[in-house]
Write a protein that binds this ligand. Structure first.
Ligand SMILES: Nc1ncnc2c1ncn2[C@@H]1O[C@H](COP(=O)(O)OP(=O)(O)OP(=O)(O)O)[C@@H](O)[C@H]1O
Ligand SMILES: [Mg+2]
Length: 239
């Protein structure tokens, strides 16, 4: 099987008026199915830009991204949205939960939206799987709470359940522990690791925290829009 992510010569230049910001410069890498890859780098190094490009949320200035062999940029809008909804689960630093809905509804609605985007080809939501996920994530007793009634760590775990409910092949997480204290970060990281192992999901996690990055099978380092050396658990990493 081909790698689940293939990025080839990705560059992104932001232009606003006369200001030109080269945020990403000729980035190429591949991620194999089932891998947990961390991308670590300082603020402004282009991590979120890469995240948006990989998720098909913005267009590259040049270069290509193949997700599961599909080039999102080549698809019409509706189809791109459908394929993205089916294949990718997104986790954001700020959780992005809907504030007026319970945790359960936040998860359910993500599933419904994905179903609508794929033209109703999705089976009905398996409530048992929702409860299973919630229990795995330690929020089984919190499903009727609204985001404001949950701790930051619990909100992020709801956001992870929301990302996993469609059983995506790929989970993209941008600073999933960025707003959490150490204890909650550890929980969220081990949950992402567990879902990677239990559901054979590929996880690509972006972080500015070298310690959090260590959870990955492989760490890619970014600086100034470039990818630096690659390292694996077996190799020593100098920070
Ligand atoms: N929409 C935009 N318009 C113009 N410049 C942008 C835009 N988004 C990001 N940039 C610039 O591109 C560069 C990379 O930004 P990016 O958000 O990808 O960095 P990051 O590594 O995610 O940083 P952080 O760790 O702070 O989240 C920065 O110099 C940033 O100012
Ligand atoms: Mg960022």
């Amino acid at each position: 099987m081909p790698p689940i992510i293939v990025a080839q010569g990705l560059s992104k230049v932001y232009r606003s008026g006369r200001i030109v910001v080269p945020a990403l410069n000729d980035v190429s890498f591949a991620v194999e199915r089932g891998e947990y890859v961390s991308i670590v780098g300082p603020s402004g190094s282009g991590k979120s830009t890469l995240f948006y490009l990989l998720g098909g949320l913005t267009r590259a200035t040049s270069g290509t991204v193949l997700i599961d062999g599909v080039d999102f940029a080549s698809l019409p809008d509706a189809e791109r949205t459908a394929v993205r909804g089916r294949k990718i689960g997104f986790v954001f630093q700020k959780f992005n939960l809907l504030p007026t809905l319970s945790a359960r509804s936040n998860i359910e609605i993500a599933y419904e939206i994905s179903g609508r985007q794929s033209g109703g080809k999705q089976p009905p939501l398996d409530e048992k799987f929702l409860v299973y996920l919630a229990e795995l994530l330690g929020i089984g007793g919190r499903l009727d709470h609204r985001p404001s009634e949950l701790s930051g760590g619990e909100q992020q775990r709801v956001a992870i359940a929301r990302a996993l409910i469609t059983r995506p092949a790929l989970v993209l997480a941008d600073e999933p522990t960025g707003n959490l204290d150490t204890a909650n970060s550890d929980t969220v990281l081990s949950m992402l690791r567990r879902s990677n192992q239990e559901f054979q999901q590929t996880v690509l996690m972006i972080t500015h925290n070298p310690e959090a990055a260590e959870i990955g099978d492989r760490i890619l380092h970014m600086r100034d829009g470039h990818l630096l050396e690659q390292s694996s658990e077996a190799m020593s990493v100098s920070h």
